[in-house]
Design a protein around this ligand. Structure first.
Ligand code: G6P
Length: 614
């Protein structure tokens, strides 16, 4: 959580930093602030709320400076108010600092600094860092970069920081540990720093992703220098960004979420392009190819993730167990890391993460790595922390996802997991050639079928208008449609603030059925397949209690049509691939309900897209 951005060069820093903050707002929007160095003075502008509030506050003010740092906050320590907003400054105002992460030992550090006369203005953990750096610089008489390096030796926790010092007007100092930080090398000798590449892309494609415990000094005279925390110089590894600027804009849609829902025919195609060919009968995931035999031999695959990505793992569990006959366990990363799990060297740990930065998922991977297990990743963000610490992995290639509620990243994750299950099953020989070909052919047809579902948007919107005022909702599914139900419920609660729960359809009678009355919408995935008749019985049970049924059914279905209050038809496909289709109408339903309730669809309250705190 929290987005940081900084600029130093010949241009005016403020517009660049503010534009960058807007791109990073998905990381948190409790407050926003900037510090600019102008003619030897650091000027600070901070406001509670979104970047738009900061812009309103600065409107008409003469804000100048060739060096600036900015921050958009997701509050951890201290209320989301103006005072706790970043940047934070040293007592004499000579140093300003922005931070993403958590300083876990801020308590003792603060006490010590207070005992030596430092006064704290905010309730944040971050403020200790700026005083600590200031203290070291004064007492040790060292450069600002060296003071940062020494200060970080005393810090326990996660950080990506950028420091602006008025005594070094040509320099910014940055460092990271467990929180991401990218350096952009500009075309005019200027530099950019940001939590991800999105604020940088329109100025330069040359970037360096900092590694853990590295300190970067960008200097208008001396260029970029990187040191590790032990003070050894490291050669920067400059990468070329492949992201396109259009991917970061709404492209005519009212919300990023809608744009991203509509991008799914393309994002699913991008995900399997070059990885399979139904006519030629092959599938390959280049990134993990050399680990496939190891996965097949593994006693089990443990999949770890959070949020929507965890739901994708549940779909993956059904696919890999059923097709490749390999034992799979799915774990919440946050639970896994703290319950002293049994991990053996032969286990394969597969982390799934859109951002590739989720703190719990990272920590769970590090734990597994320390026990000698093979660690693999499925990430969307190229160059992200998880993609870099894993032994191997596959990118989802869904393109940047800006809406906080995940949509296209989920279907891309499920697509990669489907490819993985097919590839493993084929190599292992646990799937017949006929089934293998059928599934490849069906998978290739999915984007076009998703498109056909998107064309039902008006019908789905009209159903949404019936249930927009609901206070509770239930989502039911069986088999791999159970995680789809979980994901449908999560989407609704995230963006519309309606309480919603996903359940395996048969479990309904062990509790949730008590909640059903004529006010309760029950969304059921009732597509043709193994459990169809059972789900029909569950629908009958809901109807007997006067619940309202909104059913996702296979095209041409008549049985559920007669029972349900509303149906949404989806094209027929192999049962294994239903999650890729059944998810789409649930995304659209949540979207429309949230819009009708005047909710902020792209930036729901209290949430952030990249959860870099545990
Ligand atoms: C946050 C986001 C969710 C996401 C989850 C896991 O809660 O709002 O959309 O599913 O984090 O994030 P990851 O980047 O690891 O997939």
């Amino acid at each position: 959580m929290c987005g940081i951005v900084a600029y130093i060069g010949k241009k005016e820093a403020y517009p660049i930093v503010v534009k960058g903050l807007k791109r990073l707002e998905y990381r948190g929007y409790d407050s926003a602030g900037v510090a600019l160095l102008d003619q030897g003075t650091i000027n600070l502008y901070k406001r509670q709320g979104k970047v738009a509030n900061l812009e309103a506050f600065t409107e008409g003010k003469n804000i100048n400076g060739h060096a600036g740092i900015g921050h958009t906050r997701w509050a951890t320590h201290g209320l989301p108010n103006d005072v706790n907003a970043h940047p934070h400054t040293s007592t004499d105002g000579k140093i300003a600092l922005i931070h993403n992460g958590i300083i876990e030992n801020y308590g003792p550090l603060k006490e010590e600094l207070m005992s030596r006369g430092y006064e704290f203005k905010s309730e944040t953990d971050t403020e200790v860092l700026v005083h600590l750096i200031d203290d070291i610089q004064k007492n040790e008489n060292v450069s600002i970069a060296e003071a940062v390096r020494l200060a970080l030796h005393s810090v326990v926790g996660a950080y990506a920081i950028v420091v602006l010092s008025k005594e070094n007007p040509n320099q910014l100092v940055a460092a990271r540990k467990s929180s991401p930080l990218v350096v952009g090398i500009g075309k005019d000798g200027d530099f950019f720093l940001a939590s991800d590449a999105t604020p940088i892309i329109e100025y330069t494609k040359r970037v360096v992703y900092l590694e853990d415990e590295e300190i970067a000094v960008v200097d208008l005279n001396d260029g970029l220098k990187i040191f590790n925390i032990g003070n050894q110089e490291v050669t920067p590894y400059v990468q070329q960004l492949e992201m396109q600027l259009e991917a970061l804009e709404k492209g005519g849609y009212e919300h990023f979420m809608m744009k991203e829902i509509y991008e799914q025919p393309r994002s699913i195609t991008d995900c399997f392009r070059g990885r399979m060919n139904a006519a030629e009968g092959w599938v390959t995931l280049g990134g993990i190819k050399e680990y496939e035999q190891k996965i097949i031999n593994a006693p089990r695959i443990i999949m770890i993730a959070c949020g929507t990505s965890w739901h994708a793992c549940l779909v993956g569990e059904y696919l890999i167990e059923d097709l490749a006959r390999i034992n799979v366990e799915v774990e919440y990363a946050s639970e896994f890391r703290y319950r002293n799990p049994i991990i053996n060297e032969n286990d394969v740990i597969l982390a799934v993460s859109q951002s590739g930065e989720t703190a719990d998922t990272m920590a769970a991977l590090e734990l597994a790595k320390s026990k000698g297990a093979t660690i693999l990743g499925i990430c969307n963000v190229v160059g992200s922390s998880i993609s870099r610490i894993t032994d191997a992995g596959s990118y989802t290639h869904a393109g940047p996802e800006i809406g906080v509620a995940s949509t296209k990243a989920f279907t891309a994750q499920v697509t990669v997991l489907t490819l993985m299950a097919l590839s493993l099953a084929h190599k292992k020989g646990s799937i017949s050639e006929t089934k293998f070909h059928t599934l490849l052919t069906e998978l290739e047809a999915i984007p076009e079928k998703v498109q056909r579902i998107l064309e039902k948007n008006t019908h789905i919107e009209s159903i949404a208008s019936v249930y927009k005022d609901a206070t509770n909702a239930l989502y039911l599914g069986r088999g791999s449609s159970f995680p789809v139900a979980l994901e449908g419920a999560l989407k609704l609660k995230e963006i519309s603030y309606i309480h919603a729960e996903g359940y395996p359809a048969a479990e309904m009678k062990h509790g949730p059925i008590a909640l059903i009355d004529e006010e309760m919408p029950v969304f059921v995935i009732a597509t043709k397949g193994t459990s169809y008749e059972k789900v029909v019985s569950n629908i009958q049970e809901v109807k007997a209690r006067k619940g309202k049924i909104i059913a996702i059914v296979t095209e041409g279905d008549t049985q559920v049509r007669d029972l349900a209050d509303h149906i949404i038809e989806i094209p027929e496909t192999d049962e294994h691939l239903v999650p890729l289709l059944a998810t789409i109408p649930l995304q659209l339903l949540s979207y429309h309900i949230a819009v009708m309730r005047n909710c902020n669809v792209d930036q729901p309250r209290n949430l952030a897209k990249s959860v870099t705190v545990e």
